[in-house]
Design a protein. Structure first.
Length: 701
């Protein structure tokens, strides 16, 4: 990556502005500075915007605050690359109107197309215009140059055009916004109407735009002939993960299994309500078909969550009885209280609870505190299943299993009102007496917990509520490059999370992007799966390389200093899990010599899940939820091996499992001397280990 911003005058709706950015005095060597991921020289970034490929150059636009390293004055930054690896930062493309003293319009997320046929009429002298569509956010009520009136906080869709391949832009002030508000019956959602994504649909010879009505989980699909006038064609949703607002929609074709047929893939981000085990943001995909106006999902891409068949209900919290009448011991504010009454029978698609009632400790707001303790019972099945939502703090808002007075299992929500299934494997406590305790010791923030449908069964509850694009906490707002053929579709995501994105300990910048990822569709396990693999010129930035083949008996193998920016390829044989304890194999990266700091990446043979453990990864002080373990399902390949491709940077870890059907992305903030590595094998011997490591050179220098 390079940084090269000269003094540049650019046009913004006829307003001339000047921004001067100086080349940093030193190379990008700050403590947590990504070495092969894009980050700005300084200031805040979040969603990638307007990704487009034209004439051998990749253009990355992005949400940017030109005034500081926190969210605000959102504008569009701009960077370019020839190889998706080395980036040159360009002048700000769209500067918040009125910046810095009186911002009247911010430029939220959107997309860019090259209007080759000049359908918009913006082209001049044979030059094809580039057209950007974005969400205009209006902080104040006002009448615009177009004569249109907007309300305080309104979000609407506007366009701008460029005649110099995206370097300077002119806003279409005479008519913006071109999609001013949601259609009937959603007009009241004008505060949550955003993130337009546009593309040319060749079969129907028209432009398509996807816009979300975020809070009600709707994707609105519009058509246009000229990019200026849009008509509503259809709507989609809600389906699958709806634990938070929907954002950043896109839909695109991909060949299945190399070209036998073509399917369409819809990407949706949501916040909160990310993958199980995470707090905050996430992304999902849905496979189906698109005819230019309507997206139709495949049936096996839509999920229904349920408890296992044959479950024995311990407590469903239905009926009018108080907790005490049910035999539960209540303390604090829960004395004399009954379960909360919901509004819908059956499974509520928004909250996720079952029936009409549930435990919800939000009685007098988050100030309510106390405990609920169940009657004693003998553990008679392998699993205890339940729905849980609310706060994520295990010490303050949790459901716990106690055996002999000791807490042996616990769980919490994910800072979301949406309830999701969780299961405890209690096979090692068979026939022993236990109680379930629900605690709420929190008085602010997400200071409450919700629980429903506690049941016993011999299999775990299904919580596959979505096809997760990435199972880690730091993969959000994924967007693909327009201008590439379907078999080269490439995305980039914001490598952070709205839970803590504004407080991560980086300076003078805050925010980075994942490595670009090439997408494909493959049939894996008799189901079409989205497969991701790193895109970019890896051979140009890697050097050295060390390969070892061996087995590892229960224990560890020290690797010495392996570095701070490395690519690791790790392949090993599957094995039977230990009947008496944990069964894991993996690698420790970014560790100090005494292992007081370390990030573990491994595989659990019992659950067939790959994981990242960042509980001791360095600075974890800035957010209570950061120190966590994240896992994702990954079945061994047909030859009985497990493959992990791991990219470690100065402040992140990205794991690609199998063929790339499973990925986990997580930020870490270790000390500068955390350069050591170690292999570990727990609960047995791991055989046929093949370890290959390469140093990744900095792309800033």
């Amino acid at each position: 990556m390079k940084f090269n911003i000269p003094l540049k005058t650019f046009l913004l709706g006829g307003l001339a502005s000047q921004i001067t950015e100086a080349r940093p005095k030193e190379p990008y060597t700050e403590l947590y500075r990504p070495q092969f991921h894009f980050s700005p020289q300084k200031n805040w970034i979040n969603d990638p915007n307007g990704l487009v490929y034209e004439d051998g150059t990749y253009h990355l636009y992005y949400q940017y605050n030109p005034g500081g390293a926190t969210w605000g004055a959102l504008s569009w930054g701009h960077a370019t690359s020839k190889d998706l690896t080395h980036w040159t930062e360009q002048p700000v493309a769209l500067l918040a109107r009125g910046f810095p003293d009186n911002v009247t319009e911010m430029f939220f997320s959107g997309s860019i197309v090259v209007d080759e046929e000049n359908t918009s009429g913006f082209g001049r002298q044979g030059r094809a215009p580039w057209v950007a569509i974005y969400t205009s956010f209006y902080p104040m009520e006002q009448t615009l140059p177009s004569g249109k009136h907007v309300r305080e906080g309104q979000q609407a869709q506007s366009i701008a055009y460029s005649l110099d391949q995206g370097l300077t832009w002119t806003t279409y002030d005479e008519s913006n916004p071109v999609i001013p508000e949601p259609p009937a019956p959603y007009q009241d959602q004008y505060l949550e109407f955003r993130d337009p994504n546009i593309f040319w649909h060749q079969q129907t010879k028209q432009w398509v735009a996807l816009v979300v009505v975020s809070k009600i989980h709707k994707v609105l699909i519009y058509n246009s002939r000229d990019l200026k006038h849009w008509s509503l064609a259809s709507e989609f949703g809600p389906v699958n993960a709806i634990g938070g607002v929907w954002e950043c929609p896109s839909v695109f074709p991909l060949p299945l299994d190399g070209g036998k047929s073509t399917k369409w893939v819809m990407l949706l981000s949501l916040n909160p309500g990310g993958p199980p085990g995470t707090v905050g943001s996430g992304g999902q995909y849905i496979i189906g078909d698109f005819n230019g106006t309507t997206f139709t999902p495949d049936l096996d891409s839509i999920h229904e969550r349920s408890a296992p068949e044959g479950s024995v209900i311990f407590q469903g919290f239905e009926g009018t009885e108080s907790y005490a009448d049910r035999g539960w011991v209540a303390t604090g504010d829960f004395i004399g209280v009954s379960p909360s009454v919901g509004t819908l029978a059956g499974q509520n698609p928004v909250t996720g609870f079952l029936g009409k009632q549930l435990v919800n400790t939000f009685l007098n707001g988050d100030s309510s505190t106390g405990t609920l303790i169940s009657p004693a019972f003998d553990i008679s099945h392998k699993y205890i299943n339940f729905l849980v939502g609310g706060g994520s703090n295990l010490n303050k808002t949790a459901i716990r299993l106690k055996v002999d007075g000791n807490v042996v299992r616990d769980a919490a929500g994910s800072n979301s009102e949406h309830l999701t299934w969780q299961s405890w494997d209690v096979s090692s406590f068979q026939n022993r007496s236990a109680v379930i305790e629900i605690i709420d010791n929190a008085t602010e923030g997400w200071g409450h917990i919700s629980v429903d449908e506690i049941s016993f069964s011999n299999s775990a509850a299904k919580n596959e509520e979505a096809n997760w694009l990435d199972w880690g906490p730091d993969f959000y707002a994924a967007l693909g490059f327009n201008g590439l053929p379907p078999n080269q579709h490439t995305i980039i995501s914001w490598m952070s999370n709205w839970q803590y994105g504004g407080v991560i300990p980086t300076d003078p910048w805050r925010g980075a992007y994942t490595v670009p990822r090439h997408l494909s569709l493959k049939t894996i396990g008799q189901k079409a799966r989205l497969v991701q693999e790193p895109a970019g010129s890896w051979k140009a930035i890697t050097r050295g390389g060390k390969t070892s083949t061996f087995s590892l008996v229960d224990g560890v193998r020290n690797l010495g200093q392996i570095g701070k920016a490395i690519e690791i390829n790790l392949v090993f044989s599957d094995r039977e899990p230990s009947p008496t304890g944990d069964s894991e194999f993996g690698i420790i990266v970014r560790a100090t010599k005494d292992l007081s700091q370390q990030t573990r990446v491994g595989y659990d043979f019992a659950t067939q899940r790959v994981f990242i453990d960042r509980t001791r990864s360095g600075d974890i002080s800035f957010d209570d939820t950061f120190a966590s373990i994240y896992s994702a399902p990954l079945s061994p390949s047909s030859d009985g091996t497990v493959a992990l491709r791991i990219f470690v940077d100065w402040s992140s870890v990205e794991v690609f499992g199998g063929e790339g059907e499973t990925t986990i992305t997580a930020q870490i903030f270790p000390s500068s001397n955390a350069t050591y590595g170690q292999l570990f094998s727990i609960g047995g011997k791991t055989e046929n280990i093949n370890l290959h490591t390469k140093e990744i050179r900095s792309t800033w220098r």
